[in-house]
Design a protein around this ligand. Structure first.
Ligand SMILES: NC(=O)c1ccc[n+]([C@@H]2O[C@H](COP(=O)([O-])OP(=O)(O)OC[C@H]3O[C@@H](n4cnc5c(N)ncnc54)[C@H](O)[C@@H]3O)[C@@H](O)[C@H]2O)c1
Length: 441
């Protein structure tokens, strides 16, 4: 090739002293180029180059969009090629996405800050008590929410007010079966929470906690979503430390009638941390203490819903044991705030989320009497197996790292729940139809 270039040079650059203009040959440069290309298979190399370039542009159609971790609330940039909705939904609402909902197009001309970019969020167990309130808050924030629920204890009525909202989807699905969805965050709540429900089919309960959590962690790993586990204060069992700090490892009976739930949640926590350490999944763990509020299942055996339903029906309030066992009662809006702060924050946890105000069962019965019926009778029954004697969260970690603490007192939250229960039990609409979160006191 070098000799070729030298030769061509001598041909096209004659010495200046023997200069005489050559006759113009109009096709000379074209024929020279063709000859040049045909010599030494240069044309073949040109075609091979074109083929390689075509291949590269086919495999990587555009330069990849900058991808910022999906959890930094205001900086989420998601490649266009990722599909988060069924095709028809995507087409229908692509204009909404361009306006800042859903995936953000990094080349969008919409000025930054006009609308916050919504996330795609799965809430398993989203048709249940806590899940449905969480869904309300996420939708109100502008996120797209997919509820995954098998309706074991959840109800469509809890989320029906979102039907028709393009940012809301409901999937009947059991989390013990795998599921693939493209999302940014997974709030994993699916699991019956009341003893009546989780003892109904203990094997199913532990499957939900173990296999269901595995499936959701697998999903988080696959799509790079952040995963939040709603664990429970039950991981402390019948605690020997009071109040309970997150560093306490608990006192749990592994073979008791509550173990399907307690040990199931403990295993779920273990799986969550193992996926974090072993597979780099971003995880959060909340340990929830007794929570009450509108949309709780009536007659689900949990003490607040039991007392409220009994007082409304003029039945005696059933107290198990001597009624001196203590519990803390958190209003649902406080819990939802805590869960969202945990998901958005930088700390894995576990975090206790509960109201440290401690009540004996008899004190709770008194508050219910004050709120609903001062003449309500109290009836004592033998205590259930493995019922913890004391439960009170130490929430200093959540206060310090999440800037969170409960705002709604029992005396303020209970009336809101009572009006919801009254409507559901008697179909009474006089007390107002607000089943939403209480404003903070
Ligand atoms: N409410 C509390 O006081 C409390 C306390 C501690 C922990 N938690 C935890 O918070 C979460 C929500 O509790 P909740 O009070 O809303 O209970 P809930 O029973 O009202 O809601 C649970 C939801 O999960 C669904 N579900 C159950 N098994 C499922 C499965 N296999 N597949 C799909 N969906 C399934 C139910 O249908 C229901 O909608 C639970 O994980 C619970 O363990 C709640």
């Amino acid at each position: 090739m070098g000799s070729e270039l030298i030769y061509r040079g001598s041909e096209t650059q004659p010495s200046s002293d023997s200069y005489s203009p050559k006759p113009v040959k109009p096709w000379a440069s074209v024929t020279r180029t063709i000859h040049y290309l045909l010599r030494e298979q240069r044309l073949l190399f040109v075609f091979v180059g074109i083929a390689i370039a075509t291949l590269i542009f086919t495999v990587f159609p555009t330069s990849p969009a900058p991808y910022v971790a999906p959890h930094s609330r205001f900086t989420t940039l998601i490649p266009d090629s990722i599909t988060y909705f069924p095709i028809e939904t995507q087409q229908k609402f692509s204009s909404a996405h361009r306006l800042g909902f859903g995936s953000a197009n990094p080349t969008s001309k919409i000025p930054l800050g006009l609308k916050r970019k919504g996330l795609r969020i799965v809430v398993t167990g989203g048709a249940g008590f806590v899940g449905s309130h969480l869904v309300d808050r996420l939708i109100a924030r502008g996120d797209s929410v997919i509820v995954v629920d098998n309706f074991f204890t959840g109800r469509k009525q809890n989320v029906m007010h979102h039907f028709g909202n393009p940012n809301f989807e409901l999937i009947r699905h059991d989390v013990v079966e795998p599921l693939l969805l493209e999302v940014d965050q997974i709030y994993h709540l699916a699991c019956p929470a009341s003893p009546v429900h989780y003892k109904f089919n203990p094997v199913k309960t532990i499957k939900t906690n173990v296999v269901g959590t595995l499936n959701m962690l697998g999903l988080a790993k696959r799509v790079g979503a952040r995963f939040l586990l709603t664990s429970t204060s039950e991981v402390y069992g019948d605690p020997l430390q009071h109040p309970q700090k997150e560093t306490y490892w608990g006192n749990v009976n592994p073979i008791g009638v509550r173990s399907c739930y307690d040990e199931g949640k403990r295993t779920a926590e273990t799986l969550t941390m193992d996926y974090h350490r072993g597979a780099g999944v971003e995880v959060r763990i909340a340990r929830i203490f007794n929570t009450y509020g509108p949309r709780m299942c009536i007659d689900d055996g949990r003490v607040v819903s039991n007392f409220v339903a009994q007082a409304l029906r003029k039945e005696p309030l059933t107290v198990y044991g001597d009624g001196k066992q203590t519990r803390s009662f958190q209003y649902v809006s406080d819990l939802v705030e805590g869960l969202m702060r945990l998901m958005e924050g930088e700390h894995i946890g576990p975090f206790n989320l509960g109201n440290p105000g401690e009540f004996t069962m008899l004190e709770l019965a008194e508050v219910v009497q004050e709120t609903i019926d001062p003449n309500a009778k109290i009836e004592f029954r033998p205590n259930t197996e493995d019922d913890p004697h004391k439960r009170k969260p130490d929430i200093s970690r959540a206060k310090e790292l999440l800037g969170w603490e409960p705002m709604v007192s029992l005396r303020k939250g209970l009336p809101l729940m009572v009006s919801d229960f009254r409507q559901r039990i008697f179909g009474d609409h006089k007390e107002g139809s607000n089943t939403n979160n209480a404003s903070s006191s």
